[in-house]
Design a protein. Structure first.
Length: 117
């Protein structure tokens, strides 16, 4: 399995447990005319458009994504990660990014600063 597929699979598994809207891959157009494929989109967190996640940094792509209104994050998954055992790390990450969805955030969400989006 490719790194992007592992990353997406792990976030999709976390989404089932946490009630998240997760999708991907998402292609972002670049100023050069090419496009770049991010592995995961986590909706409702980071910015109103969500957070794009990929396993490696691509300067032009991350800049284009931010300019388009997305938040971005780099995450290198472990092929042997047990999502059930590390759900708290997903929750911590999402709490750091901040809730930007419409309506009430999930019950597990704890924000240090309300209204971060």
């Amino acid at each position: 399995m490719l790194v992007g597929e592992i990353l997406r699979s792990q976030w999709l598994s976390a989404a089932k447990h946490l009630g998240l809207r997760v999708g991907g891959p998402i292609s972002i157009p670049l100023p050069s005319g090419d496009s770049y494929e991010f592995s995961v989109l986590v909706s409702d967190f980071g910015t109103p458009l969500g957070t794009l996640i990929h396993s490696e940094h691509h300067r032009e792509a991350f800049k284009a994504a931010i300019e388009a209104g997305y938040a971005t994050s780099i995450y290198t998954p472990s092929a042997s990660e047990d999502v059930d055992a590390v759900l708290y790390s997903y929750v911590e990450c999402l709490n750091d990014w901040g809730w930007c969805g419409q309506g009430d955030p999930p019950a597990w969400y704890k924000s240090e600063s309300e209204g971060s989006c």
